[in-house]
Design a protein around this ligand. Sequence first.
Ligand SMILES: [Ca+2]
Ligand SMILES: [Ca+2]
Length: 453
Amino acid sequence: MKYMAKKLILFAAGLFTAVALSGCALQYGDGLLALPGLPSEYVELQAEINKVLESGASPAAAESGSNRQSIQMVDIDGDGINEAIAFFRENDGDYLIKAYKNDGDKYIEIGSATEVGLTLYSIYYPESSVTGQKCLAVCWGIDESNNYGMTVYSFEQSCMKNILSVQYSGILVGDFCGDNLDELCFAMKDPTSGQMSMRIYAVKGKTYDLTYETLLCSEARNISKITMGSCGDGKGIFIDSLAHGGGYVTDVIAIDDENRLKNITRDPLSGSGINTWRSIEVYSQDIDKDGIIEVPVASSMMSSLYPDEKNKLSWMEYDLKGSSSDLKTYHAPSDGWCIRWMDNWSDSVVVQSTRYSRMIKTVFFALDEDYSLTSLPQPDEDNMILTVYIFSGDNKNTYTSVYEAQEIVEKDGYIYAFSLGDNASSRFGLSAEEVVNAFTIIENEWTLEAYGG
Ligand SMILES: [Ca+2]
Ligand SMILES: [Ca+2]
């Protein structure tokens, strides 16, 4: 009984959060800790929910995505008034979903569903009609190896109807086709061959139909990230995957003039997407903030000689007509920084990074035109152009002055600094101002599932 009381309090708090986040004009000021009395209609909703809890069910919250509360207030039918969708886990481990509609001063149940899943993974409300109706799409963890299931429900005449069930490895929900409705874009793995593909389900009348399908590149092994964004004149889906044999590859998918789904980066003959390969974990993104998503691709010819050259990336723009790149970076995402690669550096400048307990030192130095592979050039006073330092620990300010380094930024306990080498006046050289302009701190970014837009 004590347990039940505790659950009810927890759930009241959950309901409070849901109400507070739903955009209703409820202002509670400092009352958070006091848990203020809810408006009468929410008391009614709470009464409905208490009935479910008294049967022994517990509130359930999604593990990931942007809709995680156990009660979610969403305008499912487009009439301007939020419905309440509540998620529970029953005693036997099944999940129970209940939907309620506001009817004057009370809430009435408009549908329910029971589902089996290992975990409640994430929840979406795809726009499914131009008049503002939404579906409910619930993603389930179904095993320990990145396989998920999505169940999509529509709401009709006081019932929740299961209109689609799909197993997938990666998902993006968003308006890809440009019709103001949300498509369900699944990356799937063939259980026998391991070949991955993308299938896109679009709204057709009152349901979702498989509308587009295309293979992903043969190297794609596991989905890391799916992003939607501008790609040429239209939209593209960028699927970053862990590659067979290590590293990462990207499939870029767009709809062509003949309304076919085209995988731009996959070689149609060999099935390979190796042209997008890089060894380090970096995902497609709008790196230069021009509104178009770029794909990071390994670009150094020197990485077999200088291992840190693996961090040298070309940021490729792809569209249905071809590809181009006008930006290269030295990219160190695990150390939180990157720097634009100067246009004339090409492969004449190389990088060597050394790690100490309180310092990471990354040296950019020029190769002689006649260097020999038998005695591979190392950084020295004559060839060094630039050194980037990351200092940490209590003495980081002292280190900065001892190394005569110029601080760029201090962040999260690290000082990022640099010094120009003696070769900075050569044709590969750059000024302190150019270094600061070319340097960027990388914000942490990673999401497996994204609500596109
Ligand atoms: Ca409504
Ligand atoms: Ca861009």
